[in-house]
Ligand binder design. Structure first.
Ligand code: F6P
Length: 552
């Protein structure tokens, strides 16, 4: 990047790249307070980052220069910022609790009317299922919800229903089918009772191969047990923007919960795609999540740049990705209910920012989308934290935890939080050679180590430290808090997309694989040898056909 702010940051980087956070904390006893932000119960301590006050100032200058604030206001006001699909980006409207109207650029009418109508329809439907007013074809109450969808039509509902399990309504179990591997749908339905199972087919386009295959197989499973196709209407509802395709599939449009093309799949849990969530936890908790997200939206719009949480988190990612050349980012929720959060954020972040062409169609300069990964603490400490502490790759990470446990049990929560706090401290501080030597000498003193091994082991016991992290801490993982957290990550993605000049709201990159897969699928429909691909693909397909003949 060759703009003024970028050049100033590059020059600044040369002067601070080798600073150690240990020293930065030594020099400023107030560092934590200076590099922390909060919003209600959300505290974000970003002091364990390799930044100085000047770094932050220069990063904020970069945001200004990249037009982040202008683009943000365009997004909220319905401008068609998703330029390659000529669409507005208004997932924020789905959770707009302000009472203010929202219009899509070039379209008359307040979208909030439709948003309100769908939320009310969701509420009525959920209450019907919960009260038993909506029953199966043999008049059974619904006991099991099976949500069929993939990507943004699955990852969000799966993650949120797990995260909010403590808020689930009794007597209703939820299941998810996403993979076209037959195992997914077979294993999911095998113990279910068709009479009390409700299938929610979630697909924005209603053309996604995996989802249609799974929905057709689910319907076949249902009809094998029921026999009467008129019963389908009581056991299948749809979530989509494509009423025609829903009708063609055989679901009554009256049982379709609509959303709109200005809601991206990976940003869609806040409306009809959230139906499985609302069925599982109830509409009140679902709307509480919307309120949390709206609070973060207001914060993102109104907070001063230096206190703006999504802005700062986005800029810190730029700092590591584009200046330190650290291309991955990890998310470690120290809460078992949030174990699916990293997978959800992978799509949100990587399908949004995994682009190498700017919105204007020019090749990007430098790194864009970071490789996002992660997993629940404390499990990760026994799997990949070795690399985090002593590997050659440095991985900036978000650590997330909550003060209140949903399952208080002895000292488990303190043990969990002790690790949450200690890991970011260890990553930042490290363990110097002299400290490591003292540790080894203490082992010798205690008779746990032969003296002659001290020097041999010493290099293995040194921790360089200076590994950055953000500590994200909230009071309790409740629906409101979850809404705040997820909206925070959505806007972080927005900030980075803006600075890289890409369009975070399209996903043309998923098309090629789909196109080739349908070609290969056709090649697999007979026994004839394949020769129309590269030699590897030809050989693999022919090898499979040979094995298939042996298996059959
Ligand atoms: O991965 C491509 C994608 O279009 C995602 O963006 C989307 O969330 C997913 O497939 C499912 O799409 P649909 O909701 O239209 O079935």
């Amino acid at each position: 990047m060759s703009t003024d702010a970028w050049k100033k940051l590059q020059a600044h980087f040369e002067t601070v790249a080798d600073l150690h956070m240990r020293d930065l904390f030594e020099e400023d006893g107030n560092r934590s307070a200076e590099f922390s932000c909060s919003l209600g119960d959300l505290l974000v301590d970003y002091s364990k980052n390799r930044v100085t006050r000047e770094t932050i100032e220069l990063l904020l200058e970069l945001a200004e220069e990249a037009g982040v604030f202008r683009r943000r206001d365009e997004m909220f006001s319905g401008r068609r910022i998703n330029s390659t699909e000529d669409r507005a980006v208004l997932h924020t409207a789905l959770r707009n609790r302000s009472g203010n109207p929202v219009e899509v650029e070039g379209q008359a009418g307040d979208v909030m009317e439709g948003v309100g109508r769908v939320l009310e329809k969701m509420r009525q439907f959920c209450e019907g299922v919960h009260t038993g007013q909506w029953r199966g074809y043999t008049d059974s109450k619904i006991t099991d919800i099976v949500s069929i969808g993939i990507g943004g039509s699955a990852l969000g509902p799966l993650m949120v229903t797990e995260a909010l399990k403590p808020y689930a309504r009794s007597g209703l179990k939820i299941h998810f089918v996403s993979n076209v591997d037959g195992t997914d749908v077979v294993e999911t339905v095998k113990d279910l009772d068709a009479e009390s199972t409700l299938f929610v087919v979630v697909s924005k386009t209603f053309t996604t191969e995996e989802t249609l295959a799974n929905a057709l197989s689910a319907r076949a499973w249902f009809l094998e047990r029921v026999g009467d196709s008129s019963a389908v209407a009581k056991h299948f509802v749809a979530v989509s923007v494509n009423e025609e395709a829903v009708t063609e599939f055989g679901i009554d449009p009256a049982n379709m919960f609509e959303f709109w093309d200005w809601v991206g799949g990976r940003y869609s849990i806040w409306g009809a795609v959230g139906l499985p969530i609302a069925l599982y936890v109830g509409m009140d908790h679902f709307e509480s999540m919307l309120e949390g997200a709206h609070e973060m939206d207001r914060h993102f719009q109104d907070a001063e740049p230096g206190e703006n949480i999504p802005l700062l988190l986005g800029l810190l990612g730029i700092w590591y990705n584009n200046f330190f050349d650290m291309p991955t980012h990890a998310v470690f929720p120290y809460d078992q209910y949030l174990r699916h959060l990293p997978a959800y954020l992978q799509q949100l972040d990587m399908e949004s920012c995994g682009k190498s062409v700017t919105a204007a169609g020019q090749p990007v300069e430098g790194n864009t989308g970071m490789i996002l990964w992660g997993g629940p603490g404390t499990d990760g400490q026994h799997a990949y934290f070795q690399l985090l502490h002593q590997g050659t790759s440095i991985v900036p990470a978000d650590f997330i935890a909550f003060a209140e446990s949903q399952n208080p049990l002895g000292d488990h929560h303190e043990k969990l939080l002790a690790n949450f706090f200690a890991q970011t401290e260890a990553l930042m501080l490290g363990r110097g050679e002299e400290e490591a030597r003292q540790d080894l000498l203490a082992d010798v003193e205690q008779g746990r180590l032969a003296a002659e091994r001290v020097e041999e082991l010493l290099p293995h016991k040194v921790f360089a430290g200076n590994r950055p992290s953000n500590s994200i801490f909230m009071r309790r993982l409740d629906p409101h808090a979850l809404g705040v957290l997820l909206a925070m990550y959505e806007h972080k993605v927005f900030v980075q997309g803006c600075i890289w000049g890409i369009n975070p709201y399209d996903q043309w990159g998923v098309q090629l694989g789909k196109t080739l897969a349908s070609r290969v699928f056709k090649d697999l429909q007979d026994e004839s040898p394949v020769s129309t691909h590269d030699s590897s693909t030809n050989a693999l397909l022919n090898h499979y056909k040979k094995l298939r003949r042996e298996i059959e």
